[in-house]
Design a protein around this ligand. Structure first.
Ligand SMILES: *[C@@H]1O[C@H](CO)[C@@H](O)[C@H](O)[C@H]1NC(C)=O
Ligand SMILES: *[C@@H]1O[C@H](CO)[C@@H](O)[C@H](O)[C@H]1NC(C)=O
Length: 265
C-alpha cells in the first residue's frame, strides 16, 4: 500500500535556478507518482519519445495528447500538455520545453508526473487520464483579506460570474483593477470544462472569501483572480518563497483515482 502514497514535491520558487525567467515560466506546482519504472526499460524510451513529442508539438498547437500502447498494460503511457491560450506559439514551445526539463529533474524514474508553470501544464502517467474530468483540488492559494472593500469584492464577483457565464477553454475577464482568468485542459468537452470552471470559481469564492487574489487549480482546470492588477496570471513571485500566503497544497495526480483503484472505495 505504500505505493498509494504520492510523492508531493512542492518546491519553493526561490530554490529553482530559474530566477531570470519570465513570468510565463514561473513554477506553480509539480508532483510525481511514487511508482517508479525500471531504468533502461521500454517505458523509459516511450517516456523520452513522449516528452520529445510534447516539446515538438508545442511549436504548432497549444494542446495535444499522446498515447503509447505497449505489449503489457502497465507499460502503456499517456501524456498531454496545455499552454495558456493567450501564449504565442513560440512562447508555448518555450514554456513546454522548460516544463519538460523541470519535470525530468523533479520526477526522475517515476511512472507519472505533472507540472504547472504560469503559462503551461504537462502531465504523463501509465494509467489513462485523457478525457477524464478531474476536479480534485491540486493547489489553492488565497491572498491576504482586503476586508470589507465592498466595491472590489462586487467587481470580483462580477468578473468571476462573467467567466462562468462565458464559454470556451480559456476565459478572461476584467473590471477596473480586478482581473480573472480560467483555463481548462484541452481534453475536456465544453460541458466538462463548464462544470470544472464552475467548481473552481465556486471554491474561490467560498474558500478565499475577501482575499485580494485567489488561485484555484483543480486536476483539469483552474480559475484565478486578482483585485489589484496586474493580472495574477502574469504576476511573478520573484525572490519570495512560493508559499508566502495562505496556501493549501492538497493532492496531486490521480490521487482519488489511485486510492479508488486500490482500496475499492
Ligand atoms: C504503472 O506502472 C507500475 C510499475 O510498473 C505498475 O505497478 C502499475 O500497475 C502500472 N499502472 C497501470 C495502470 O498499469
Ligand atoms: C487526442 O488527440 C487526438 C489527435 O491527436 C484527438 O483526435 C483526440 O480527440 C484527443 N483526445 C483527447 C482526449 O483529447
Amino acid at each position: 500500500m505504500a505505493h498509494l502514497l504520492l510523492l508531493l514535491l512542492f518546491l519553493s520558487f526561490s530554490l529553482l535556478p530559474l530566477l531570470s525567467l519570465s513570468a510565463t515560466d514561473t513554477f506553480v506546482y509539480g508532483g510525481c507518482t511514487q511508482l517508479r519504472y525500471s531504468p533502461n526499460s521500454g517505458y523509459e524510451s516511450n517516456l523520452n519519445s513522449l516528452l520529445t513529442s510534447l516539446v515538438n508539438s508545442a511549436t504548432y498547437t497549444s494542446y495535444n495528447n499522446y498515447t503509447f500502447q505497449a505489449s503489457t498494460p502497465q507499460d502503456a503511457l499517456y501524456g498531454l500538455y496545455q499552454c495558456r491560450a493567450d501564449l504565442s506559439m513560440p512562447d508555448c514551445a518555450t514554456c513546454i520545453a522548460r516544463a519538460v526539463t523541470q519535470l525530468g529533474a523533479l520526477c526522475s524514474d517515476t511512472c507519472g508526473g505533472a507540472l504547472q508553470l504560469e503559462g503551461c501544464y504537462v502531465k504523463y502517467d501509465n494509467s489513462t487520464f485523457l478525457g477524464v474530468e478531474d476536479k480534485t483540488v491540486v493547489l489553492k492559494k488565497c491572498g491576504p483579506s482586503v476586508g470589507y472593500e465592498v466595491e472590489a469584492m462586487a467587481r470580483r464577483d462580477a468578473v468571476l460570474a462573467a467567466i462562468v457565464g462565458s464559454s470556451g477553454a480559456y476565459r478572461v475577464g476584467g473590471s477596473g483593477k480586478v482581473q480573472g482568468v480560467a483555463q481548462c485542459v484541452g481534453d475536456l468537452s465544453g460541458s466538462e470544462c463548464q462544470d470544472c470552471v464552475g467548481e473552481a470559481i465556486g471554491r474561490l469564492k467560498s474558500d478565499c472569501g475577501t482575499a485580494d487574489f485567489g488561485d484555484m487549480f483543480l486536476g483539469k482546470c483552474y480559475a484565478r483572480y486578482s483585485t489589484h492588477g496586474p493580472p495574477v496570471f502574469s504576476k511573478a513571485h520573484h525572490g519570495k518563497p512560493f508559499f508566502t500566503t495562505t496556501t493549501t497544497a492538497i493532492s496531486l495526480i490521480n490521487l482519488v483515482v489511485t486510492v479508488r483503484r486500490h482500496l475499492r472505495l
